[in-house]
Design a protein around this ligand. Structure first.
Ligand code: 4GX
Length: 248
């Protein structure tokens, strides 16, 4: 999978891509990630990337020309990306579904803005998508860009060592994860649930599915509307809501 990131802070983006699962996948050649310094695509002596907003008002706006030149360079050096994503609080909310869609694209460019934003003509000419990672204000699109790359890269075959852990992931099935424990079996007076040390693998699977469903019901009931539940899980939900009705 190929990514290209356009930013005024390439060191920040490279630092975020150097460690962990993504860093390893990059080293192994599974991910080809180009990080491009927007200032390299300026033509003036001072490498200026921003200017005052037409119409007045506070702050600065990122100039269109460096982004246009960066996109032309990416296309000629690395091929035309299937998706060009602008990170912005005005974008469609990023989700696991969106990550899956981008993973199917094969080559994704990410445009990271700073200041008040990017000249609208950049989006008009180049963007196929505008994505927000959540309703809070950040100082730039670099962290959102890293978030998108991380979530998409995990879906590329071989990037995460254990493919099973990707499918079983929280959101792999549209549910929250079950609780995890490791040794020691008792710590600080707190015991690991007995079923997990019982060796009854059928019971363990059942307990985990119930825990995942319970947690989703309690913390994120909205996810149940779209989760892929099997017949057991639908039955457990009916049981729990019947019990609840009795004891209320
Ligand atoms: N999820 N920001 C981008 C500058 C900007 C504004 C408009 C392009 C268009 C954010 C978020 C986010 C702050 C990153 C403003 N660039 N991006 N930046 N939340 O808050 O994605």
């Amino acid at each position: 999978m190929k990514f290209d990131v356009v930013t005024i802070f390439p060191a920040m983006v490279n630092a975020g891509l150097a460690e962990g699962v993504v860093g390893r996948a990059r080293d192994r050649g599974l991910l080809d990630i180009g990080v491009h310094n927007l200032r390299d695509f300026t033509t003036d002596r001072h490498h200026v990337v921003d200017d005052v907003p037409f119409g007045g008002g506070p702050g600065m706006v990122m100039k269109p020309e460096p982004f246009f030149a960066a996109m032309e360079a990416i296309i000629s050096r690395r091929g035309r990306p299937q998706a060009v994503v602008v990170l912005s609080p005005a974008g469609r909310r990023f989700s696991q579904d969106e990550a899956r869609r981008l993973a199917d694209c094969g080559h994704v460019a990410l445009l990271c803005g700073r200041y008040e934003g990017i000249d609208e003509r950049v989006r008009e000419r180049w963007a196929t998508d505008e994505v927000s990672i959540g309703d809070y204000v950040l100082s730039g699109g670099e962290l959102p860009g890293l978030v998108v790359i991380d979530a998409v890269a995990r879906l590329v075959p071989g990037v995460v060592g254990d493919e099973q852990s990707v499918e079983g992931d929280s959101f792999g099935r549209g549910l929250l994860d079950y609780p995890h424990y490791t040794r020691p079996a008792e710590y600080a007076g707190l015991r690991v649930p007995e079923v997990l040390t019982s060796g009854h693998h059928g019971e363990i699977r059942r307990w985990r599915r119930q825990q995942a469903l319970r947690r989703t019901l309690e913390r994120r009931p909205d996810l149940l509307d779209t989760a892929a539940l099997d017949e057991d899980e639908r039955e457990w939900l009916r049981e729990w809501s019947a019990r609840r009705a009795r004891t209320e």
